[in-house]
Design a protein around this ligand. Sequence first.
Ligand code: F6R
Length: 613
Amino acid sequence: MCGIIGYVGENNSTSYIINGLKKLEYRGYDSAGISILQDDKIVTVRSVGKVAELEKAALQVNPQGTTGIGHTRWATHGRPSEENSHPHRDCSGELVVVHNGIIENYLTLRDKLKKLGHTFKSETDTEVIAHLIEENLAHTRAANDEEKLLKAVQKTNGQIAGAFAIGVMWARTPGMLIGVKTQSPLVVGLGKKENFLASDVPAFLQHTNKALFLEDGEMVVLRTDGVTLFDASGKEKKVKATKISWDQKTAEKGGYAHFMIKEIYDQPQALEDTLRTARTDFAKLLGVDEKALRALRNIHIIACGTAYHAGLVGKYYLEQLAGIPTSVDLASEYKYRTIPPFEKTLAIAISQSGETADTIGAIKKAKKLGFGTLAICNVLGSTLTRVCDGTFFTHCGPEISVASTKAFTSQITSLFALAACLGKANGHTSEADFEKYAKNLVRLPKDMAQTVKMEYDVRHLTRKIYKADRFIFLGRNVNFPIALEGALKLKEVSYRSAEGFAAGEIKHGPISIIDKGTPVFMLMPQGELFEKMLSACQECRARGAYVVAITTKGGEKQAKEVADKVFVVPQTDDLLQPILNVVPLQFLAYWIAKRLGCDIDQPRNLAKSVTVE
Ligand code: F6R
C-alpha cells in the first residue's frame, strides 16, 4: 500500500512530485523517494520516514528535469529502509520503477533474473519489475526507443502476477512515462502541456481537475503534449476524461490543525451532500430494478474497520425498515467462510476508499456466488465501484485523516436511506413512516451542525481523563456499534487501550476490567433502553468508574444522578441517533490524542487504505 506519482511537462518536476507525494502520504509513510530525469541521467533521492524527510534530502541534491516519478511507501516486502524505498532501478541504473501493490510471483521471477545475471539490491517485490523490463528491453526490436520501451513494458505486464499499479521511466525516453494497472488504483491527471500519473486524485488536483481512471489491464503512455491509452490486449483506446468536482481546498486542511478535526467539522456538509444524491440515486435504483429489490430475501453486508461498524448499524435499519434478514461480516472473514447458496441475496460492500483489498476480495466472492452487489463508497472510479453491479456514492469529499469520521456518518446515513427505500418498495415501511424518516433525514445536517458545537465541552473533559490507561464504551441496540467505533477511534489515534461492549454484556465478564477512575462512556439517548443504561451506569460507578453519559434532551436529569459527567446530544429519530452520538466520541479521540502529542492524521503502523490482504 503505497502512493505513486509521475510528472511530464515543461516545468521542473521535483516540486510537483514532492507536493504530490505529500497529498498521497495518507496511503503510507514509512519511506519515500523520487527519480528525476536530469539531462540523460536519472537522479534518485530516497529517504526513510515521511515525505518531509525526502524533501530535505531532495533540496540538498536539487535535481532538475521535466520528467520524474515519486513514491511514498508502506512496507509489505522488506523492512522500511533506504534500499527498499522506491524508485527501484535496473542493473544499468537507466530505468526506474515505482509500484503500489504486490507481485505474487516475484520470487520465481527473481530467481530466473538472477540466473540471467541481474543483481538485486533490495528485499522488495518491486525490484523484479525493473530488472524484468531491462531483460525484455534487451530482447525487443523496435523502430525507436519509445516503441521499444512500450513493447518491453507490455511484455512485462503479461509476466507479472498480483495486484499492481506501476510507473516506469527510462533515461533513453525523456518526456515519456508509462503506467500500468491491475487491481491497484492508478489515475492520470490531464493538464495543459503537462500530465500526471498518480495513485489518487489529490496528488495532482492543484494542477488539473481532469482525470482518466485506468481499468485493470490497461496501460498508459504520458507525454508532455498528450496521453495514449491501451486496453488489456494492447489496442489503443479513446481517452475519456472525468471532471473532478472536488477542489484543492476541499482536499486540504482548511485552516484546522489536523485533517481529523476538519473532517469532523465537515460532517454537516458531508451529510447534506450525501443526502442530496441519496434522494436521486436511491429513487433511480428503485426505479431501475424495483421488482428485483422487492424480491430481495437476504442482505450480506461486508466491510472492514469503521465501515464494518457502519454496517452493524445498517443491519438494524435493513431488518427494521425493510424486514430483510441481514448479516454483517468483516470482509477478511467473509472471504474464508462457507456461505450457503442463498437466493435473492444482495451483498453490500461498504468502503470509504473503495480500494480495501479484503472488501474487494469478499465482494468478488459474493459475485461468484451469484449475489447482486452494491457498493457504498466515497471514491469515484475506485476498484470496488468497478467490481460491483451498482454503487451509491457517499459524497463526503476526500477523507485524508487515517481515522475515518465523516465517511462513517455518511455511510450510516446512506444505509438508512437505502433501508427506507427498500422498505417502501417491499411494503415493510408505510408511506407515512417513509415520510417521517425522510423528514428526519432532511433535518439531519442541521442536527449535525448543532452536534459539532460540543467540541469545547468534550475538549474540557479530556483534560481530566487523558492520562487514563484504559477507556470503556457501552451502548445497546443501534448504539452498540457506536460503542465499538468510539473505542476504535480512540485506539487508532491515541494508542490508548479502549474497548466497546454491548452494555448488557458487561456483567458477563468485561466488568472485571473496570477499576477506580476508569472512564466509561455510556451511549444512552432517551428511549426504550434508557432505563437499562441507567442501571449499567450504576453497575460501573459501583466499581469506581468515572462515568460519562451521552444522552438526549429529557435524559439529563436522571443521567446526572448516576454519571460524573453528562453530555446532551441533539435528538433525532431513535434509529438516526447513532449518527449524532458518535460525534462526541470523535472529539474525545482527537483531543486525547492531541494532549498526548500523537501523530493524529497519520497514526503509527496505520495507513489510510489497506490495499493488501
Ligand atoms: C478507521 C479506519 C479503518 C477503515 C478500514 C476500511 O478509522 O479508517 O478502520 O475504516 O480500513 O477502509 P475503507 O472504508 O476505505 O474500506
